[in-house]
Design a binder for this molecule. Sequence first.
Ligand code: NAD
Length: 267
Amino acid sequence: MALHYEGCEMSRFDGRVAIITGAAQGMGEATARLFAAEGATVVITDVLEEKGRALAADIGGDAVFRGLDVSDEASWAAVVAFAVERFGRVDVLVNNAGMLQFSSVEGLDVDATRTLLGVNLLGPMMGAKHVVPVMKAAGKGVIVNISSVDGLRGVNGLSAYTASKWALRGLTKTQALELGPSGIRVCSVHPGGVDTALGNPFGREGDELQANYQNVPLRRIGLPEEVARVTAFVASDDASYMNGAELAVDGGWSAGTYYPGLPGTPS
Ligand SMILES: NC(=O)c1ccc[n+]([C@@H]2O[C@H](COP(=O)([O-])OP(=O)(O)OC[C@H]3O[C@@H](n4cnc5c(N)ncnc54)[C@H](O)[C@@H]3O)[C@@H](O)[C@H]2O)c1
């Protein structure tokens, strides 16, 4: 029976198997909980083994944890083989794992940037490489790439991260073109300002936290569950004609810039 997720009674993922990366905490955790609540068998993957196992146990049912470093191809091959052997299918891949790196343009750390690109860009590419043959054999599947508001516009101090998230958005378009004819949909979700370890690394709360989000039209940080619900929509049959689309879940952050003195600029 589907677990309940804050009053959720739907079961859009009954009989479906989803692999979610970076799912031990944050948005990945919220996504795993929601998918399971809606009937999915969730393969929770992460490099954080203890947290991931605890989450799988807490979700219960068929939820299972597997260690996966998304920057390691052998690790991908093993997780997809496990899912196929144990559950016989993979209907959804959510490429959620990601990392952040602050740097000025001239302060570039090349090795750290290679590591970041391995996780944020090559990770989703390798995931698709390994999961697509399984989806093609089934004649259907969905890949959701978790990009960022920083994949929709530039941001200072985050050149490697921003480049990786724009690249993931571009990758999504190419995959949508290549895989659509096989019945596989690929879309990108672009969260912006979400209260997780990555989005709120100093664990700020209340006014101190919201102060950093006063330039977001909704004037607050987002919650992991608010992104998870959009990811679930994209992955479900409710979005059956959506392919190659990019969905901003950012309180309007990427919508534009307030021009001082013009009507509508918040005081
Ligand atoms: N929080 C935000 O404000 C925000 C905004 C835009 C986009 N995002 C994106 O959302 C996704 C989820 O981030 P989050 O905010 O939940 O942060 P988070 O730090 O809570 O979660 C990221 C997860 O990815 C995992 N991870 C990191 N490197 C990995 C690797 N090599 N292999 C496997 N797993 C790995 C971490 O262990 C962690 O569990 C990321 O891709 C992030 O870039 C977050």
